[in-house]
Ligand binder design. Structure first.
Ligand SMILES: Cc1cc2nc3c(=O)[nH]c(=O)nc-3n(C[C@H](O)[C@H](O)[C@H](O)COP(=O)(O)O)c2cc1C
Length: 364
């Protein structure tokens, strides 16, 4: 067997998995009108051999939508769409389906929020532009959330998490990485609050920890994961001292028996190994993922799992292009190459559900 460490069964707490290969969250912009449909169900069912299948970033509120045709989970129609996805995944494999809750915060855009001004910890505009149906557009200056609105935002995550479980998913992954809303609370340049939700490490980590606690309370900690990318400068984030921020955050997370913590290795931005930091401070299941700049090769990931650097590995682009990735890795088979030109976009199944498997599959 190729990559034997990736195929050691895994058991810890509520989690029993046949192997260690996880699908990383991938935005694909194919949930037409924000509602997952049949083509999305097919795509996820094709990938149901993942140990854990983490979905595309999904907005828990309309105001948190940053891109065209990203799925939502804040109304009944979207919930029914996700139920269709969950049923298809269940009938195709054993993957634990985790819906990633991604509130874009300041990098949402009025083109997608029904004209509403995006909300954020502080009224600090992100540098850069986003694609809209009218062409590339500058990010807008967001409106700073009032202190008494924070409970409402937390409730939006809680409501989406309840809907995820009601739809038949195992649980949710809170997206606190890559410069979206929760990461905006953690970073000094995007959080200039003086109301107890900013200023210092305790303040900047507070909203994230309160949200984790509220969601865990609502659906059970064993149904909640969280994704972190300490120091990652994506979406114009500039963290001054990621080590201090994430030491505190990880210590706070360790008080909850979460399903997992999922960390991107952002060493090239943070200046230290962010996976090693999490391993030291987070006592539970740790999922590791490459940074954009340093793609793990599979042999390297296998060795890191063997060394105990992390427990499970999340592959993004490889899973995108290889619906049967675990089988291919186990056999040491050749991998399909991902086609970047079809990563994002409402073009139905092309570059989405048409990547070939080694053995033709029923889900296709
Ligand atoms: C097309 C595409 C979409 C992505 N969408 C998301 C997303 O919705 N949420 C997220 O946390 N990361 C997202 N990422 C980051 C991936 O989860 C992953 O961290 C990155 O691709 C590096 O891992 P890889 O080398 O295995 O692909 C995306 C990456 C790609 C290529």
């Amino acid at each position: 067997m190729a990559h034997p460490n990736l195929f050691e069964p895994y058991e810890r707490g509520a989690l029993t998995l046949p192997h260690r290969v996880v699908m990383a969250p991938l935005t694909r912009n194919r949930a037409v009108g924000t509602v997952p449909g049949e083509v999305n169900a097919t795509y996820y069912a094709q990938r149901a051999s993942a140990a854990i299948l983490i979905t595309e970033g999904t907005q828990p509120a309309a105001i948190g939508q940053g891109y065209l045709d990203t799925a939502g989970l804040h109304n009944d129609e979207q919930q029914a769409g996700w139920a269709q996805v969950a049923a298809a995944v269940r009938s195709a494999g054993d993957a634990k389906l985790m819906i990633q809750l991604m509130h874009a915060g300041r990098v949402a855009h009025p083109a997608y929020t029904g004209g509403e001004t995006p909300v954020a910890p502080s009224a600090v505009r992100a540098e850069g532009q986003v694609w809209t149906p009218d062409g590339m557009a500058d990010y807008v200056t967001p409106r700073a959330l009032e202190t008494d609105e924070l409970a409402t935002v937390r409730e939006q995550y809680v409501d989406a998490a309840r809907r995820a479980v009601a739809a038949g998913a195992h649980g949710v992954e809170l997206h606190a990485a890559n410069g979206y809303l929760l990461h905006q609370f953690l970073s000094e340049n995007t959080n200039q609050r003086t109301d107890g939700y900013g200023t210092d490490v305790a303040g900047r980590t507070r909203f994230v920890l309160e949200t984790v606690a509220a969601v865990a309370d609502a659906i059970g900690a064993e149904r909640v994961g969280i994704r972190l990318s300490p120091g990652h400068r994506f979406n114009d984030i500039a963290e001054e001292n990621p080590r201090a921020t994430y030491d505190a955050l990880l210590r706070g997370l360790a008080e909850h028996d979460l399903l997992y913590v999922h960390v991107m290795e952002t060493r090239n931005h943070a200046g230290y190994s962010t996976i090693a930091q999490a391993r030291e401070l987070w006592p539970g299941t740790l999922i590791g993922n490459a940074s954009f700049a340093e793609e793990f090769d599979v042999a390297g990931a296998d060795a890191l799992v063997g060394d105990g650097a992390f427990d499970l590995v999340a592959f993004g682009r490889r899973f995108l292009a290889n619906p049967d990735l675990p089988a291919r890795l186990r056999e040491g088979a050749e991998l399909n190459e991902p086609d970047q030109s079809t990563f994002y976009g409402a073009i139905g199944g092309r570059g989405y559900t048409d990547y070939p498997t080694l053995v033709p599959s029923a889900a296709s």
